[in-house]
Design a protein around this ligand. Sequence first.
Ligand code: ATP
Ligand code: MG
Length: 361
Amino acid sequence: MNSPAVGHGIDTAARARSAALEQQILADPPRFRVLTGERPTGALHLGHLIATLASRVRLQAQGVEVFLVVADYQAITDRDASGDLPGVVRGVLLDYLAAGIDPQATTIFTHSAVPALNQLLLPFLSLVTVAELERNPTVKAETAAAEARGRRGMSGLMFTYPAHQAADILFCHGNLVPVGQDQLPHLELTRTVARRFNARYSAGRPYFPEPDALIVPTPTILGDDGAKMSKSAGNTLELRATEDETVRFVRRARTDSERHITYEPDRRPEVANLLTIGAHFAGTTPEALAEEVGPAGAGRLKRVVTEALVEGLRPMRARRAEAAAHGPEYLDAILRRGNARANQIADRTLDEVRDLMGMRY
Ligand code: ATP
Ligand code: MG
């Protein structure tokens, strides 16, 4: 999962389909409903921002309806929830607002507050086989990790998570899911569930959409230790970081011993990472930024990246401060509103699903 470059291993048909979708979004944004989200396992970081949050904000600005699930049930697939879950959830919410998610336009909800969504898991699980669940890349990786740990296995919730994801997407008839280049297979099970449900219970008038993948460029952002930035690795630049912490992050970031700056993600991952970060905030491409810095070397590159990053994060810090100043009640009210809307939609979907399945009593 550690391929930093854009353009590796993408199925060309899927890419062409995504390009066509981008055109359709521009022409008719209300046709689309996006579902995506996060497990609330910690504060969001620069990797999340560049790889996922930025594209959500873009879709929101284009007038596409966006649903964000704070997947608290999925937070307990591989850990217990005894930590400060409400605190983490509020933190993620603040990260969203800081990144530019508008809670008036976008529905933000938590799994646990939407029972009808979770109930869809039962019919959906009946539509997939154990072998299909085992083929999911995350389940596969978890199976390998569980074997490496010896006798500590993976939870049943983790094993069935692809079907839970199908419920997340289909409860609101989501038809567009932004995914990174490695994540195409993740969506496959949702498409299978929709297709089989329609064939079995709703032939003639397909009830669920088969959601499309919108492939968004998702470079893997590296942490200050040169490994993939991740909450659990402790190598992140959190979106809530101060300006000083931001400056220190770039100062600590690794480069290499070659003076001339070039964008070669496979050969020079650390330099490519700084170029990716800098280009994201400067509104240019890593290649163009490399061209610009070129012979001036790593010192110059770090100065350019620091400036772009500090400038780019400044408005986010301001939005965070503004939202935080309203107090926790403000955040709770946003969640309550999102949960109410998600419940309304999920209740209707579950009703219709039970109708189609002949479960009318
Ligand atoms: P954990 O350490 O708990 O796994 P994480 O920091 O890796 O946390 P996840 O919640 O696993 O974050 O990531 C959710 C999604 O965010 C990923 O599927 C991916 O799209 C994106 N993402 C996370 N980290 C990065 C990163 N370093 N670079 C690019 N995208 C990332
Ligand atoms: Mg992770």
